[in-house]
Design a protein around this ligand. Sequence first.
Ligand SMILES: Cc1ncc(C[n+]2csc(CCOP(=O)(O)OP(=O)(O)O)c2C)c(N)n1
Ligand SMILES: [Mg+2]
Length: 304
Amino acid sequence: MQSLGEEAIGSAQALALNIDDMCFPTYRQQSILMAREVPLVDLICQLLSNERDPLKGRQLPIMYSVRDHGFFTISGNLATQFVQGVGWGMASAIKGDTKIASAWIGDGATAESDFHTALTFAHVYRAPVILNVVNNQWAISTFQAIAGGEATTFAGRGVGCGIASLRVDGNDFVAVYAASAWAAERARRNLGPTMIEWVTYRAGPHSTSDDPSKYRPADDWSHFPLGDPIARLKQHLVKIGQWSEEEHTAVSAELEAEVIAAQKEAEQYGTLAGGQTPSAATMFEDVYKEMPEHLKRQRQELGI
Ligand SMILES: Cc1ncc(C[n+]2csc(CCOP(=O)(O)OP(=O)(O)O)c2C)c(N)n1
Ligand SMILES: [Mg+2]
């Protein structure tokens, strides 16, 4: 799963949050991990399911889980993030804490009942949560209008539930930061939840098993009026004199080298073909606090 075309959303919101605020992301907000400086090597080791995979081969490759960076386990079950994020926010408020939650959902997944349940609970209990709806126009091959995004906006559903709601250009990094900071401040001051519909475009395929040319014109993204978030941020910074073409080229090369070096390092701990996977003994660990007798016996039978 990629975030091509949607990079600004997760990364700018992460900068507007405190490090101990809890994010309940979908697979499209991997940029939160990068903004929170989770080592790329760890992420790549999970992609390779190798001996340093932090989740020991128990999760799908991109379904990260980084508790100490406030990144709740990505779940393949869509919309669960909304109810979990609202519940976490309610718990934080009940404890008298000032930590807030940031919950994420896609346009398609708003059709799940969890979305509506989360809105009701967020409103009724004034949960300190940012309810992010990423409207990237597509739910695999299904256009967002099928989930109701044209008859009314997704943000409009929050208004119907009595929740302060915004519809924001998700490809404008600065706007994402500003709207997120406003919503975070409201949540922290106990003024209640905020819903934000981020309007963006899923520029890449849904996943590596998807071929978008089967259901949309190949050049569709180039016609999207909100453009490319990275190019726009660059243009803005150059215009206000905070950045230059030369700096951009240099940093792009630096980052590319960083990614390649991280990949090389991760591959030393095993590749998909290399067979350096977590030992079979690890499948008995981390399930029970004290390993029950029958599991100890099974482990002995395997001789590991
Ligand atoms: C509850 C549930 N229903 C269906 C699926 C299958 N599924 C996986 S991704 C996806 C499309 C989701 O689209 P959207 O919510 O717009 O998110 P996006 O992929 O665009 O970020 C579907 C239907 C699932 N994983 N979970
Ligand atoms: Mg979508």
